[in-house]
Design a protein around this ligand. Structure first.
Ligand code: F6R
Length: 256
């Protein structure tokens, strides 16, 4: 059942360039065929080099994002989209401000939606993804709690876009950005495990020693909602891109 492909590189820079190449190839092929490309995007430190490389490919090789539609995985809640800690701000600063994407094609969960309307809002987010024909490539990072998106331990394989509580490890990891854990929002809106497993292709990225233990668990532990990333073992088209450090706890037979 575990069909996850592993792609290991000496450095995160080389790995990120390879992921960027794969994504740009799909966009180019779809552009030539007059088709749209639907990308699922993540935030955090992991995709930074990848986004930089996509911007490079746009600038230096003329790759156009006019026919690309994006859906981000998650957003803190509550969160004003204008806030410098919002994922809206993050995506503009690291990708969208430098490419020719149509702003109407960008979707990021809205951290300012009123609590009364959240369920309906989340359902609409799911419907919009479906109406586009589903996500072609979903990018994921992994949290030290084993979360993908903000699906913290306890998130089942049936979960879809919804309001969730953030765990303590996740809030501690975000504390430096917010100048103290007490300022980190306690909740988030996130695509669910089911929403992620419904995507056509998944690229999970992880760099550095601090991710080695959770990467090993995600790839080799029995599937469990205690480590939500293990659900990726049930997806038919997932590749993990690792640097040497993130792969360092996998033994030889787990590398193939
Ligand atoms: C971000 C997200 C999270 C991060 C994860 C890793 O949109 O969904 O699951 O991918 O917390 O964060 P970094 O990359 O900062 O280690």
């Amino acid at each position: 059942m575990n069909t996850i492909q592993k792609s290991i590189f000496p450095t995160s820079t080389e790995a990120s360039k390879n992921v960027a190449k794969e994504i740009s190839l799909l966009i180019k092929t779809n552009n030539n065929a007059g088709k749209q490309t639907i990308l699922g995007l993540a935030t955090g430190s992991t995709p930074l080099e990848l986004y930089k490389e996509l911007v490079n490919i746009h600038k230096n090789q003329g790759l156009s994002f006019r026919n690309v539609i994006t859906f981000n995985l998650d957003e803190y809640y509550p969160m004003n989209p204008e806030d410098r800690n919002s994922y809206v701000h993050f995506m503009n600063k690291h990708l969208f401000d430098y490419i020719d994407i149509d702003k109407d094609n960008i979707h990021i969960p809205d951290g300012s939606v009123s609590e009364d309307n959240i369920d309906e809002y989340c359902e609409t987010y799911e419907q919009t993804i479906r109406a586009c024909g589903g996500i072609d490539i979903q990018l994921l990072g992994i949290g030290r709690s084993g979360h993908v998106g903000f699906n913290e331990p306890g998130s089942t394989r049936l979960t879809r876009t919804r309001l969730v509580k953030l765990g303590q490890i996740t809030r501690n990891d975000a504390a430096p950005m917010f100048s103290g854990v007490e300022h980190v929002p306690k909740q988030a809106i996130t695509m669910g495990i089911r929403s992620i497993l419904d995507t056509k292709k998944i690229y999970l990225l992880a760099w550095g020693k601090s991710k080695a233990a959770i990467v090993k668990k995600a790839l080799t532990d029995k599937v469990t909602d205690k480590i939500p990333a293990t659900f990726l073992q049930e997806h038919k088209n997932t590749t993990v891109f690792l640097d040497k450090e993130a792969a360092s706890e996998l033994v030889q037979e787990q590398l193939t």
